[in-house]
Design a protein around this ligand. Structure first.
Ligand SMILES: C[S@@+](CC[C@H](N)C(=O)[O-])C[C@H]1O[C@@H](n2cnc3c(N)ncnc32)[C@H](O)[C@@H]1O
Length: 199
């Protein structure tokens, strides 16, 4: 389900693709999202999968750790497209906003993680869907794909956001990782979502 009342950085086409990926996650499966912000994409993932699926959400939950957020939320065009984020001092902890957004919508299968990605370990099992939308610099994306790809289940999907000119590091890292793991990169129609083709 898509809910534009949750502010976010993902648009309708992105969310429809995430919905499609999430609809294929098996019962009792595992989803990992890196970069949840206040929950726009997490809500689509969590509301689409079966309630037996756990959705682990990694984020830097403190607004002040997000160098570009104040610039984005102050931008009128951005606000018109994506809604406004309250950055008053009371609202600088994104985790409480994220948790409220999930709770208000009856979502109980998200697990906010209190580390940045990549973590030191992920001891919860193989992952059926990985969505990477956290650190957008080359080193961060490279490290994320390198950590998470080997944790995919056999038919699992790894994908990410912002494969575009604005984020050259994302494009470069995704291609180098595809080369390393002998996979093809596919860009999903009308979006900046990449995935390793095949699954
Ligand atoms: C573009 S936003 C995510 C948008 C979200 N997917 C949506 O639908 O609105 C990226 C988020 O990733 C977080 N982030 C950046 N680096 C991270 C890292 N290494 N681990 C986890 N989260 C990270 C940022 O703090 C920010 O909240």
């Amino acid at each position: 389900m898509i809910d534009y009342d949750i502010p976010g950085f993902t648009d309708k086409n992105d969310l429809l693709i995430l919905e499609e990926f999430a609809s294929k996650v098996p019962e009792n499966g595992i989803v990992v999202e890196i970069g949840s912000c206040v929950g726009r994409s997490a809500y689509v993932l969590a509301s689409t999968v079966a309630s037996s699926v756990q959705v682990y959400c990694y984020n830097t939950w403190w607004v002040d750790d997000q160098p570009n957020l104040d610039a984005y939320v102050g931008d009128q065009t951005w606000q018109e497209s994506y809604g406004s984020v309250d950055t008053s001092i009371e609202s600088r902890n994104l985790l409480s906003i994220f948790e409220t957004n999930m709770k208000q919508r009856g979502i109980t299968n998200v697990i906010p993680m209190h580390q940045e990605s990549p973590p030191e370990d992920f001891p919860f099992g193989e992952v059926d869907l990985i969505f990477i939308d956290g650190d957008h610099e080359f080193d961060g994306v490279y490290a994320d794909v390198d950590f998470w790809y080997p944790r995919l289940s056999q038919n699992g999907v790894i994908c990410g956001h912002d494969y575009c000119q604005h984020f050259p590091g994302v494009k470069k890292a995704v291609h180098l990782m595809a080369e390393k793991y002998n996979r093809e990169v596919e860009i999903m129609n009308k979006t900046t979502i990449w995935r390793f083709a095949g699954n």
